[in-house]
Design a protein around this ligand. Structure first.
Ligand code: NDP
Ligand code: GO6
Length: 318
C-alpha cells in the first residue's frame, strides 16, 4: 500500500462485542474516522458496561451513531455516513448468535449504495471450506455462507477475514473446553496432539482487519489469518506452558470417537463447541489447505505487523 493514508470512514456494527471492541480500537489507532453503532436506549437497557464502553470510544474520538436492527431506515442512515462497514455480530452459542440479522444490514448497504467495502462477521473457520461440517455446529458456517451469498448477489464489495482461532478461547486454556484458564494438573490432548492450529491474539486480528479495509489486494477476497510463527500443535502449546510453569502436566489422550461421543448429553452450545473443536483439532481445518487465488495471507501482506507469538501471549496466564 502507498504511504498516503486514505480517509475512509469506518462503521463498526457490534462495536462493544468481544472482537468488535478491539476492531474499534484498531480503527482509531490506525487513524480512520471511526463510527460505532449505538443501539437505542431500550436495547442497551441497564447494561452499564456496554454504555460505558460506547462513551469511552467517544472520548477516544469515535462517533456514535444510533441505530437498530429493528429499524431498517436507521441502518440505511448509519451506513450512508461511511465508506467501510465492519460487522462483528455475535456468533458464539454460549453468548448469543444473531448472524442472520446481518441480512438486514446487507439490504441496508445495498439500498444506501455508497459502501466501498463490507466485512461481515466471520473471524473463524472459513465457512466456504466447511460444507461437510458436523451437526449441530455447522449452523455457524451455513449461516455465514447465507450472508456471503446475499453480499455477493447484491454485488457489495467485500473482504472475508477468516482462518484463526481466538487465543482467548484456544490458547489461554490450552484448548480445553469449558474453561478459559490453563488446567493445573491434567490436560486433555486431542488425538495425537500434532495437528497444526492457527491461533491469533484478538488484538492482532483487529489490527489486520483494519489494515485490509483499503487494500485493493483483498477486494472481494478472503484474508486468511495464518501467521507462520503461530501455528502450534496442541502439544507445542502445552510445551510452551510447561516451560513457563517449570512443571509437567499429565496428558490424557482422547480419540476422535470418544471426543465426538462426548457430545451426547451436552447442551446445544456444548455440542456446537465439540463439532468446532473436532474440525480444528482432528481434521486440521484451519491449516490443511493451501491458500488459493481467492485468498491472501495476512502476515504476508502486512509484514510490518509484529504479531504476538504464543510463548509471549501465555506469559500473562502464569
Ligand atoms: P459477541 O458475542 O461479543 O457479540 C458481538 C455483538 O453482537 C454485540 O456486542 C452486539 O452489538 C451484537 N449483537 C448481538 N445481538 C444483537 C442484536 N439483536 N442487535 C444488534 N446487535 C446485536 O460476538 P463475538 O465477538 O464473540 O463474535 C463475533 C464473531 O467472531 C462471530 O462471527 C463468531 O463466530 C466469531 N468468533 C470466532 C472465534 C474464533 O476462535 N475464531 C471465537 C469467537 C467468535 P452491540 O455492541 O451493539 O451491543
Ligand atoms: C468459537 C468454545 C470454547 C466452545 C471458530 C465451547 C466460530 C468459528 C475457529 O468462542 O464453538 O471453551 O473458528 O466450552 O469459526 C467457541 C466457538 C469455542 C467459543 C466455537 C468459534 C471458532 C466460532 C469453549 C467451549 C473454551
Amino acid at each position: 500500500m502507498s504511504n498516503e493514508k486514505s480517509n475512509r470512514k469506518v462503521l463498526v456494527v457490534g462495536g462493544t462485542g468481544y472482537i468488535g471492541r478491539r476492531i474499534v480500537k484498531a480503527s482509531l489507532a490506525q487513524g480512520y474516522p471511526t463510527y460505532v453503532l449505538q443501539r437505542p436506549a431500550a436495547e442497551i437497557g441497564l447494561d452499564i458496561e456496554k454504555l460505558e464502553m460506547l462513551l469511552s470510544f467517544k472520548k477516544q474520538g469515535a462517533h456514535l451513531v444510533e441505530g437498530s436492527f429493528s429499524d431498517f431506515q436507521s441502518l440505511v442512515d448509519a451506513v450512508k455516513k461511511v465508506d467501510v462497514v465492519i460487522c462483528t455480530m455475535s456468533g458464539v452459542h454460549f453468548r448469543s448468535h444473531n448472524l442472520m440479522l446481518q441480512l438486514k444490514l446487507v439490504e441496508a448497504i445495498k439500498q444506501a449504495g455508497n459502501v466501498k467495502r463490507f466485512l461481515p462477521s466471520e473471524f473463524g473457520l472459513d465457512p466456504a471450506r466447511m460444507g461437510h461440517a458436523l451437526e449441530p455446529g455447522r449452523v455457524t458456517f451455513d449461516e455465514k455462507m447465507k450472508v456471503r451469498k446475499a453480499i455477493e448477489d447484491a454485488k457489495i464489495p467485500f473482504t472475508y477475514v477468516c482462518g484463526a482461532a481466538f487465543a482467548g478461547y484456544f490458547a489461554g486454556n490450552l484448548s480445553q473446553m469449558g474453561t478459559l484458564v490453563p488446567p493445573k494438573d491434567k490436560v486433555l490432548v486431542y488425538g495425537d496432539g500434532n495437528t497444526k492450529v492457527s491461533i491469533m491474539d484478538e488484538d492482532d486480528i483487529a489490527t489486520y482487519t483494519i489494515k485490509t479495509i483499503d487494500d485493493p489486494r483483498t477486494l472481494n477476497k478472503t484474508l486468511y489469518l495464518r501467521p507462520p510463527e503461530n501455528l502450534p500443535t496442541q502439544r507445542e502449546l502445552v510445551q510452551i506452558w510447561e516451560n513457563l510453569l517449570g512443571k509437567k502436566l499429565e496428558k490424557i489422550f482422547i480419540s476422535k470417537e470418544d471426543f465426538l461421543a462426548s457430545m451426547k448429553g451436552m447442551d446445544f452450545a456444548g455440542q456446537v463447541g465439540v463439532g468446532h473443536f473436532y474440525h480444528i483439532f482432528y481434521e486440521g481445518s484451519l491449516t490443511n489447505f493451501e491458500i488459493g487465488r481467492e485468498g491472501e495471507e495476512a502476515s504476508k501482506l502486512y509484514p510490518e505487523v509484529k504479531y504476538t507469538r504464543m510463548d509471549e501471549y501465555l506469559k500473562v496466564y502464569a
